[in-house]
Write a protein that binds this ligand. Structure first.
Ligand SMILES: Cc1cc2nc3c(=O)[nH]c(=O)nc-3n(C[C@H](O)[C@H](O)[C@H](O)COP(=O)(O)OP(=O)(O)OC[C@H]3O[C@@H](n4cnc5c(N)ncnc54)[C@H](O)[C@@H]3O)c2cc1C
Length: 355
């Protein structure tokens, strides 16, 4: 086993920024996601994380796909983060769709070409699908859900639904493959960033990438994307979450209306998702999305540990619950014992319209 558990007792907030780094010759490949011509915020968080691996870390960012949006994403990547030294562009219709098999082969190929010391990706479902396959091809053991980095081989990650933190030392061979929680390595507004020292953009030579590399068991059918009007749940500044107490999908629209008024993303507990009040991609928690907004508002949410695991890093937590003993109040900064069916309409009435 390449990973050795060492300790487990760090405070949970801002660990990434508190830990020191030490230097050694490093080169990191950040495997990135892009959408609509922009590199996703979670991938820029992976670049942020790479900075903590040590000084003199040369950071390359890999983008794959095809068409105009890939070219636009490459331009964005080249100027969006001062630590990126090179943007690598795998431009082929083999990567138009997010299928795990060809993408895992691509990561394998990139490692063969670049001999990176580290490969880093965000913790989202996209890379969760790909990275373990790439790690198997490279015969290394990945470390997932990193929230703190203290040098090139020492990482902190939550265990037991976030109730304990584990520090692990990577003792395997290169590359050390990591997925990071973007809430622990925040990077500023993605669309606005621009630096004068633009990174080089280099095309990846895919001549050795054969049809066999593309063949796999998965097949692309269609892509359903969330409502683009709303902020992305994983990166939103404000999240409004509803629980089972909403009782129906119709009532859950109260949460959506409040979110709209606040310019917030909508979240849901697993109980609300299982009951069909909200779609699966809105689930916050251990088996849903991990969020860390400035403001998290929970309505009719009991505060089960599996839910807390997904939102405990929020800066300010507001909870409204009928039951004064609900566990959610233990993590809330502001708590209101009350009926959400009275509180939300009152908030909707009193909050000013968004401009
Ligand atoms: C392996 C595993 C993984 C899991 N992963 C997740 C996960 O990722 N995310 C997640 O959320 N859960 C997860 N769960 C489920 C979790 O254990 C809880 O069952 C779930 O979070 C409860 O959701 P809830 O708070 O909406 O419902 P409940 O626990 O039923 O709580 C409803 C709350 O609403 C309050 N309430 C009722 N009526 C009103 C009202 N009118 N006004 C105000 N308050 C009211 C009640 O007092 C109560 O506290 C997981 C469970 C397991 C076993």
């Amino acid at each position: 086993m390449a990973i050795r558990a060492l300790l487990g007792a760090f405070g949970s907030r801002s660990i990434a920024t508190r830990m020191a780094s030490y230097s050694r010759s490093l080169s990191t490949l950040v495997v990135a996601e892009h959408e609509g011509g922009f590199v996703k915020a979670s991938s820029l968080s992976a670049v942020e994380a790479a900075k903590y691996l040590g000084e003199d870390n040369s950071i390359s960012l890999l983008l794959a796909g095809s068409g105009r949006s890939l070219q636009e994403a490459a331009e964005h990547a080249a100027s969006c983060h001062p630590s990126i030294s090179e943007v690598l562009l795998a431009d082929s219709d083999k990567f138009t769709y997010p299928l795990a098999e060809p993408w895992a082969r691509l990561v394998h190929l990139m490692q063969q070409k670049g001999s990176y010391s580290h490969i880093i990706a965000g913790s989202g479902s996209f890379w969760k699908n790909i990275l373990p396959r790439a790690a198997a091809l490279l015969d290394v053991s990945p470390i997932t859900d990193i929230i703190g980095i203290s040098g090139s081989n020492l990482f902190v990650r939550p265990i037991y639904a976030g109730n304990a933190l584990n520090t692990v030392r990577y003792t395997g061979s290169d590359p050390c493959m990591l997925t990071i929680r973007s809430t622990s390595f925040p990077f500023g507004p993605v669309s606005a960033c621009s630096f004068s020292n633009a990174a080089f953009v280099n095309k990846v030579d895919l001549s050795t990438f054969t049809e066999d590399d593309v063949v796999g068991k998965s097949k692309y059918l269609s892509l359903s994307s969330q409502d683009t009007e709303r902020p992305d749940l994983g990166n939103a500044r404000v999240v409004v979450t509803g629980g089972r107490a909403l009782k129906s999908a119709e009532n859950f629209k109260l949460i959506e209306k409040l979110a709209e008024k606040l310019g917030a993303a909508v979240g849901a507990t697993r109980a609300a998702v299982d009951a069909g009040f909200a779609p699966n991609e809105l689930q916050v928690g251990q088996t849903g999305k991990i969020v860390g907004p400035e403001l998290y508002m929970a309505f009719g949410v009991s505060g089960a540990i599996q839910h807390i695991a997904g939102m405990r890093d929020s800066k300010v937590i507001v909870a409204v619950n009928k039951d004064a003993d609900a566990p959610i109040f233990q993590v809330a900064d502001y708590g209101l014992v009350g009926d959400l069916f009275e509180v939300i309409p009152e908030l909707l009435e009193k909050l000013p319209e968004r401009k």
